[in-house]
Design a protein around this ligand. Structure first.
Ligand code: SAM
Ligand code: SF4
Length: 374
C-alpha cells in the first residue's frame, strides 16, 4: 500500500505524520496494548476534539486581531467522521473522557447532534465542552438533553472594557448570559481564566469572589506560548506563584490533598482570611475550590493522559508537538476502524516526554491554541 500524502488521499488507507517530520517512519516498537500508551508509561484516556478552527472572539493570547486563515469546509471533520473517530477511541483505545473544543465549538451548527451521537455510543464517554459561551444561552438545555455532562466557560474578566480589550470583541454580556444558562442546566460548571499583567491580573480575586458566590469552580490557566502574535514571554506571563499571591490578598488557599489523577489543575480549598492573615484558616469556612493550571512553571507532563484530534482529523499527542498524524485522509480513503486505531496508537507511542518549554532550542508550534484545540 502506498502512503498517502497530505490533503485528500487517493490511494491507501495508511496514516502518516504531517508537519516537520520529513516523512520519517513512525515508531514500530510499541507493545501490543489496546490503549494509547507511550514510551513513558502514560496512557491517554482523555480526548480533546477540536470541532472547528473558527472563532467569534480574538483573544490576544490565542488569535491575531485579523483572525487566521480558516480551513476550507471540506477539510474539517464532518459529524459522522467525528463520531466514528470518537467511537474508535472509546471502544478500541480505552478513552473515557471526551471534551469538545475549538476554535469555538458553538459555531458548529450540528454541535447538539454531535453530542447526541457520541452519547449514544455503546462505550459512552463522559462528554464535556470548553466554550466562550457566546450563544450558549440558546443551546445549553439542548446540549444537556443531548447528553453533555459538563461545561467549562472561558471568562477572563467581569469588566466590559477589559473583556473587549482581551477578546477584541465587546461580548461580555453574551458570555455571561451563556454562563448563566449553563449554570441552570448543568451540575458542574467550571470557569477558565488566563491572566495578563496590567490587564486583568489585578482583578483575579474579584473574579474568584464572583465565581465562589455562584458555585463555579474557577481555574486560572498560565498563558502558554501558543499565541498567533508570538508575543508570549516567560518573564511577562502571570505565573502560578503570582496567581497564588494575588489571591492571598483576600483568601487563604489550602492545597487539596486528593490525588490529581491526571487532572491539569492543582486544586485549593478557598477559605476566608482569618484574623492576622492566613493563620486563622482552621476557624474560617470553606468558600469553595479554585484550580491553577501551571503548564509552564510547574508542568505536569509526566502525568499527562491526553490525546487530541484537530478539526481536520489529525492526532496531536501534545499541544507543543511539531507533527501530527492524519487520520481523516485514511478514513476518507476507506481505512478500517482497526487500521485507524492502530495509526492512533502508533502516533501516541511517539509522544515526547514533555513539552520541552524549558529546554534550550524550544520553538513555539506554528499552530495557535485556536487551531490545535485547547
Ligand atoms: N473557544 C473556546 C474557549 O475559549 O473556551 C474553546 C477553545 S480555547 C482554545 C480553549 C481554552 O484555551 C480557553 O480556556 C482559553 O482561555 C485557553 N487558551 C487559549 N490560548 C491560550 C494560551 N496561549 N495559553 C493558555 N491558555 C490558552
Ligand atoms: Fe476563540 Fe477560545 Fe481562542 Fe478566545 S481562547 S480566541 S474564544 S478559541
Amino acid at each position: 500500500m502506498a502512503v498517502v500524502s497530505l490533503g485528500l488521499p487517493t490511494v491507501a488507507p495508511q496514516a502518516r505524520p504531517r508537519g516537520g517530520s520529513g516523512g520519517r517512519a513512525l515508531p514500530t516498537d510499541r507493545p501490543d496494548a489496546p490503549g494509547l500508551v507511550d514510551r513513558f508509561d502514560r496512557a491517554a484516556t482523555d480526548l480533546r476534539v477540536s470541532l472547528t478552527d473558527r472563532c467569534n472572539l480574538r483573544c490576544t493570547y490565542c488569535m491575531p486581531a485579523e483572525g487566521l486563515p480558516t480551513l476550507p469546509r471540506d477539510a474539517v471533520m464532518t459529524r459522522e467522521e467525528i463520531v466514528r473517530l470518537v467511537g474508535i477511541a472509546t471502544r478500541d483505545l480505552e478513552v473515557r473522557q471526551v471534551r469538545f473544543t475549538g476554535g469555538e465549538p458553538l459555531l458548529r451548527g450540528d454541535l447538539v447532534e454531535i453530542v447526541r451521537d457520541c452519547a449514544a455510543l455503546p462505550d459512552r464517554p463522559e462528554l464535556s465542552l470548553t466554550t466562550n459561551a457566546v450563544g450558549l444561552d440558546h443551546r445549553a438545555r439542548a446540549l444537556r438533553d443531548a447528553g453533555l455532562d459538563r461545561v467549562n466557560v472561558s471568562l477572563d474578566t467581569l469588566d466590559p472594557d477589559t473583556f473587549a480589550t482581551m477578546a477584541r470583541r465587546p461580548f461580555l454580556e453574551r458570555t455571561l448570559a451563556g454562563l448563566a444558562a449553563a449554570a441552570e442546566v448543568f451540575d458542574v460548571v467550571k470557569v477558565n481564566a488566563v491572566l495578563v499583567h496590567g490587564v486583568n491580573a489585578e482583578h483575579a480575586a474579584d473574579l474568584l469572589t464572583w465565581c465562589l458566590e455562584r458555585g463555579f469552580e474557577l481555574r486560572f490557566i498560565e498563558q502558554m506560548p501558543l499565541d498567533a502574535d508570538h508575543s508570549w514571554s516567560r518573564t511577562s506571563m502571570v505565573t502560578a506563584a503570582q496567581v497564588r499571591d494575588l489571591l492571598a490578598e483576600r483568601f487563604t488557599l489550602v492545597p487539596d490533598d486528593a490525588p490529581r489523577d491526571g487532572a491539569p489543575a492543582e486544586r485549593f480549598a478557598v477559605l476566608t482570611r482569618g484574623p492576622g492573615g492566613g493563620s486563622g484558616q482552621a476557624a474560617t469556612p470553606r468558600l469553595g475550590t479554585v484550580g491553577i493550571i501551571a503548564s509552564v512553571t510547574e508542568p505536569f507532563c509526566a502525568d499527562c493522559r491526553r490525546t487530541r484530534l484537530t478539526a481536520e482529523g489529525g492526532v496531536r499527542s501534545c499541544l507543543f508537538a511539531h507533527t501530527e498524524t492524519d487520520l481523516l485522509g485514511p478514513l476518507r480513503a476507506g481505512a478500517s476502524d482497526s487500521e485507524l486505531a492502530d495509526a492512533w496508537r502508533t502516533a501516541m507511542w511517539g509522544k515526547g516526554a514533555g513539552h520541552g518549554m524549558s529546554a534550550p532550542g524550544f520553538t513555539q508550534p506554528e499552530r495557535t491554541m485556536s487551531a490545535i484545540g485547547g
